[in-house]
Design a protein around this ligand. Structure first.
Ligand SMILES: [Zn+2]
Ligand SMILES: [Zn+2]
Length: 279
């Protein structure tokens, strides 16, 4: 058996050429889980040659638009590919659940027109499964030999926000979502074979952001990411949701130097879209 982790997008709400919005695809044999569905996720899955009908579930970390804006596209494209059963979408209670439940409401007429025109059956609508996040990670989804745990992270004022820990027969994949460094992030990432973590560098952000201090206050400082990953025994650290994005005065070496300065000595991947690790 193998488990493959693919970053479907390394971006943020700020547009950057050639970079898709946040997302991670975790595939363990016939189980395929997409975590977050940022802009361009469906295009990236197509780039991979991954059939949307092979998706088992979507997990949502929080309701910021950059993590959810691609959901309608994914659901309708999957339906057009022949995925007629409701796709499970696992989301924390609150706004993320509300958005997932209503995401196709505006498209009802279009979907009905296609149904009538082509005889297409089934539904594009998701099967939304909401949960009340706890600071101690707990199981929120299980299929086959894959178990998914979620833990509340600190992305205040955005609440709830969660990270995920996906356990497969091959190992553990942890995904931070958007968060500062907080105790539950350590619980989620403890001993992970691959830890996909957002990373923020204060330097170089002033040209991009209207209020860099406010952004810094709810994202994961890249030096502190390295410290945490070292403390909890992460093997491979994949940095994503990169602020600032790579290019101009920002380069991958600066992010890597930060996590090394934090004390992390394992493998570091400063991800591009479609960066991949295999367990
Ligand atoms: Zn984000
Ligand atoms: Zn966010």
């Amino acid at each position: 058996m193998t488990t493959t982790v693919t970053i479907t997008g390394t971006g943020t709400p700020i547009m950057h050429p050639g970079v898709a919005g946040p997302g991670v695809l975790v595939v363990s044999d016939d189980v395929a889980i997409q975590v977050d569905v940022g802009r361009g996720t469906t295009m990236r899955l197509s780039d991979l040659g991954f059939p949307l009908t092979d998706l088992t579930a979507v997990l949502v970390t929080h309701h910021h638009s950059d993590h959810l804006v691609g959901l309608a596209d994914l659901l309708m494209s999957r339906w057009l590919e022949g995925g007629t059963d409701p796709l499970p979408v696992v989301a924390p209670l609150g706004e993320a659940t509300r958005i997932a439940e209503r995401v196709l409401d505006l498209w009802e007429g279009e979907i009905e027109m296609r149904r009538t025109h082509t005889g297409r059956r089934g539904t594009a609508s998701p099967n939304v499964r909401s949960f009340d996040p706890q600071s101690t990670p707990s199981e929120v989804f299980r299929v086959g030999q894959v178990r998914v745990l979620a833990g509340a992270v600190d992305h205040a004022p955005v609440t709830p926000a969660v990270g995920y820990r996906i356990e497969t027969p091959d190992g553990v994949v942890a995904i931070s979502g958007d968060t500062t460094i907080c105790p539950s992030l350590g619980h989620l990432a403890r001993g992970a074979d691959v830890f996909v973590c957002e990373a923020f560098r204060r330097e170089g952000t002033t040209d991009l952001l209207s209020d860099p201090d406010a952004i810094a206050a709810y994202h994961a400082n890249s030096v502190a990411v390295g410290r945490l990953a070292g403390e909890v025994g992460v093997k491979t650290l994949m940095l994503t949701h990169l602020i600032p994005p790579i290019g101009g005065s920002s380069d991958k070496g600066l992010f890597e130097a930060d996590v090394r300065a934090g004390g992390f000595s394992g493998q570091v991947v400063v991800a591009d879209d479609l960066a991949q690790q295999i367990l």
